[in-house]
Design a protein around this ligand. Structure first.
Ligand code: BJW
Ligand code: ZN
Length: 294
């Protein structure tokens, strides 16, 4: 169990108990102990590529095969990962509290799988399991596509496992490792739009320079602009540097919210800085969250 200063724990739990309007802002650190890499810092490289550099429309137009390999790998990893105790603790709190809303930057599907109520979960950056057409004029959009691989050419290559003798088992290669060679991909091997039959399909996630889903932003606006104050925002496992997500911390603060940061890294504070009444719980979210929400 992590070392949580008892006084901080007590004051936080007292505040939580009387809070009626609560936000949670989630980032990749929440899923780190489920085995999914974060974007910045250690684990922010996929092969030789900066993960944030692959999350752009420019990268997709330049090399759609590479970007699909990255996302296909992440879909596979996310499908094979399990929600951790932090996902479950948060989902339980969301079910219990009426005025609760989670703003998730994560695209991995772990919060829904932990039983987080959908109406209280806003996916700011979309989902790995949404797919849409990359053609500007085409509206094709599909959600809950869990096909893995989405097309045969994006299957993770395997090698025969030399350690098993009876039936020769295939072992997946770790294609996040730059020393493992990627199979050659032709454009015609990539998933194509069934509607316009022209555009390539792309992951239904929000890349840099793209708008967040307008329905999601509208819902948040509406929730935020209610006259009642906001009591608390929990900022969990995010570097809180990507906008507009990072800006919700200040918006909540402006509506009276106290801020609780849960992060492994003490230097990852919200952009507006910390204030006297904030909490900083340092450590693995998967350990901290069930402790503080107990
Ligand atoms: C642990 C842990 C453990 C580890 N326990 N903790 C205003 C100012 C300046 C710039 C802008 C601005 N407004 C808009 C911009 C531009 C841009 C932006 O914000 N740039 C900044 C980088 C400066 N924003 C946009 O482009 C957004 N669109 C937009 O604003 O549209 C309108 C517009 C268009 C054009 C011009 C202007 C306006 C869209 C942003 C989309 C971000 N997309 C990505 C990819 C999603 C798909 C995918 O998953 O591939 O979202 S990028 C990436 O970053 C991903 C994440 O959701 C997001 C945030 O990262 P996150 O989750 O915080 O991860 P990390 O790795 O950064 O941090 C992990 C944290 O966990 C660390 O703190 C660790 O310490 C911690 N941790 N293990 C607890 N076990
Ligand atoms: Zn199309």
């Amino acid at each position: 169990t992590p070392l949580i200063p008892p006084k901080d724990l007590e004051s936080f739990q007292q505040h939580l108990a009387k809070s009626t309007r609560i936000l949670a802002l989630l980032g990749a650190g929440l899923s780190a102990s489920s085995g999914l890499p974060t974007f910045r810092g250690a684990g922010g490289l996929w092969r030789t590529h900066d993960a944030t550099a692959l999350a752009t429309p420019e990268a997709f137009s330049r090399d759609p095969g590479l970007v699909w390999q990255f996302y296909s790998y992440r879909r596979h990893m996310a499908l094979n990962a399990k929600p951790n105790p932090a996902h479950y603790a948060l989902a339980e709190l969301a079910r219990k509290k009426d005025g609760f809303m989670t703003l998730s930057q994560n695209v991995d599907g772990l919060s829904p799988r932990a039983g987080h109520p959908a109406e209280k979960l806003k996916l700011l950056h979309g989902s790995l399991f949404d797919v849409k057409c990359s053609d500007f004029f085409c509206q094709y959009f599909e959600s809950n596509n869990y096909t893995d691989p989405i097309v045969p050419a994006l299957a993770i290559p395997t090698e025969e496992d030399p350690t098993t003798t009876e039936a020769i088992k295939a072992r997946e290669l770790d294609i996040a490792d730059e020393n493992v060679s990627l199979p050659e991909l032709a454009i015609r091997d990539l998933p194509r739009c069934p509607t316009c039959k022209r555009g390539l399909l792309r992951p239904g996630v929000v890349w840099f320079g793209e708008m967040l889903p307008s329905g999601v932003l509208d819902d948040i606006d509406q929730w935020m602009s209610q006259p009642e104050k906001i009591d608390l925002i929990m900022v969990i496992g995010t570097s809180a540097k990507v906008y507009p997500a990072a800006g919700f911390v200040d918006s909540a603060r402006a509506k009276g919210a106290r801020v609780a940061v849960i992060n492994m890294d003490r230097s990852d504070k919200p952009m507006g800085g910390m204030s006297k009444n904030d909490w900083f719980f340092e450590g693995d979210a998967a350990q901290i969250m069930p402790e503080i929400l107990k």
